[in-house]
Design a protein. Structure first.
Length: 461
């Protein structure tokens, strides 16, 4: 064991003496910083100055003037009432108010209650609005909602959580957003026929409920740029934050690990082949160490170097995201429900886990390039083949599957090495699981390592 440790130490000394290794480490840090900077610039472009003004419009002067000019008495009464009561679209009273005025939507809570009531309850809604009686309003509608939806109303009443008159204000209670979302999802779930959509809404409800019961003000889940766009444009039932924080960049940063895969190919592709092309292999073999131990020490060096770069990306991305967006939400929790099972872990641990899942990809590419390096004498050839496989492998798999319908490509390494995507269900192969992917990866890894072993131990010097 001591001899193997000495060999590994010697390999690290040789790698660190190379200018290319230092450049690689610097590039890793630069890419992590640059990625966070790009996300920061994107958030600046997405920010709408008009939305930053959280003062709601309660005058409706333009709408009232238009109604008078057009002789529209119904609209005039509608906007005049909202103006007199000082009700904006961000006010909890808006839903019961417009329902009482006959302009409500059946998709809203008050609209649902009105639609399913055997009597006209517009007068009751109007009284609740005028008196700002939120307890009376929620107490009145509680028993008229679907059974699952009642929990949110009961939770509000039991914990005396007053709804906001401006839900977009800086001091708005986060619990109101979760309670409103829970109600909306419960109503949507009661009306959809798709079992998948029912499951999606049920998962979103359980996530909201977990946060409320455990007093989790900020949820890391749903904060990445991709998640925000999905919620915005696809109406995904996913509780998310409407503000940009360090997590906006940090939750997306594991994609930087793909760049680490490219860099580790350079190290793995040259660590053996360069010994033969440079003639330095003779100095290794004259020492009393077996070829097997020499090969193992080089492989350990490659794998640990990849791990170091991944951890470096993680640390730099975390610090950069905090410096650019602030560390105010650094202790936030990741909460998400999938198929009825709720996961709640510290956000930083969750993101580190995502880095490690992406690290499987680095491990596979490193091992593949290492095997090539043991077979050929040219470092350039080993690196070139590794980069070609990295850039084209997944594309070829997708083409064969989608264009030609060849399902057998699911058994290739390129269809299984992205464990993070498979874990999140983003795969083109039906029924593909993490367990299946790990088996395929294990089989290929054994083949790669046996190939490297045979190629190195049999090669003539």
């Amino acid at each position: 064991m001591g001899k193997l440790t000495a060999l590994v130490k010697n390999e690290y000394i040789k790698q660190l003496k190379k200018r290319s290794t230092i450049i690689i480490l610097i590039l890793t840090a630069i890419v992590s910083v640059g990625f966070t900077g790009i996300v920061k610039l994107s958030t600046l472009e997405m920010s709408d100055p008009e939305l930053d003004d959280h003062t709601p419009d309660t005058s409706y002067s333009v709408e009232i003037e238009d109604a008078r000019r057009n002789g529209d008495d119904t609209s005039l009464e509608y906007y005049t009432f909202l103006s007199e009561q000082g009700i904006s679209t961000a006010d909890w009273r808006y839903d019961p108010a417009v329902t009482a005025l006959g302009e409500g939507s059946f998709d809203s809570v008050a609209g649902y209650v009105q639609k399913n009531s055997s009597e006209d309850i517009s007068g009751r809604f109007r009284d609740f609005v005028i008196n700002k009686d939120w307890k009376g309003y929620y107490g009145f509608i509680k028993d008229k909602l679907p059974e699952e939806a009642r929990w949110a109303v009961e939770f509000r009443l039991e914990n005396d959580i007053a709804p906001d008159e401006n839900m977009y204000s800086e001091d708005a209670d986060w619990r109101n957003v979760q309670l409103d979302q829970y109600l909306q999802y419960a109503l949507k779930k009661s009306k959809v026929s798709s079992e998948q959509m029912k499951t999606n809404y049920d998962d979103a409800m359980k996530t909201a409920r977990y946060r409320l019961e455990h007093d989790i003000a900020f949820n890391v889940a749903g904060t990445s740029m991709t998640d925000m766009e999905r919620v915005m444009y696809e109406d995904e039932p996913m509780p998310t934050s409407n503000k940009f924080t360090m997590w906006t960049a940090f939750t997306t940063s594991p994609s930087v690990v793909s760049f680490v895969g490219l860099l580790i190919i350079i190290i793995a592709g040259s660590i053996v082949a360069s010994e033969f092309s440079n003639g330095t292999i003779k100095f290794l073999l004259i020492n009393p160490r077996s070829r097997g131990k020499i090969l193992i020490s080089k492989y350990i060096t490659v794998i640990t170097a990849g791990l170091v770069m991944i951890v470096l990306c993680f640390i730099v991305s975390l610090l950069t995201a905090g410096l650019m967006f602030g560390f105010g939400e650094a202790g936030a929790t990741y909460v998400k429900t999938t198929a009825g099972e709720t996961t709640a872990v510290p956000g930083i641990l969750y993101i580190f886990g995502q880095y490690m899942l992406k690290g499987v990809y680095v491990l596979v590419m490193a091992t593949f390039s290492f095997a090539l390096s043991s077979l050929v004498k040219s470092s350039s050839l080993a690196i070139g083949l590794g980069i070609f496989a990295m850039t084209m492998g997944e594309s070829v798999v997708m083409m064969l599957k989608q264009a030609f319908g060849i399902d057998a490509v699911r058994y290739t390494i390129f269809a299984n090495y992205d464990i993070q995507s498979i874990a999140s269900g983003q795969t083109i192969f039906a029924g593909q699981t993490i367990g299946f992917a790990l088996i395929i990866i294990a089989i290929h890894m054994v083949v790669f390592l046996l190939t490297a072993w045979d190629g190195f131990t049999r090669r003539d010097v």
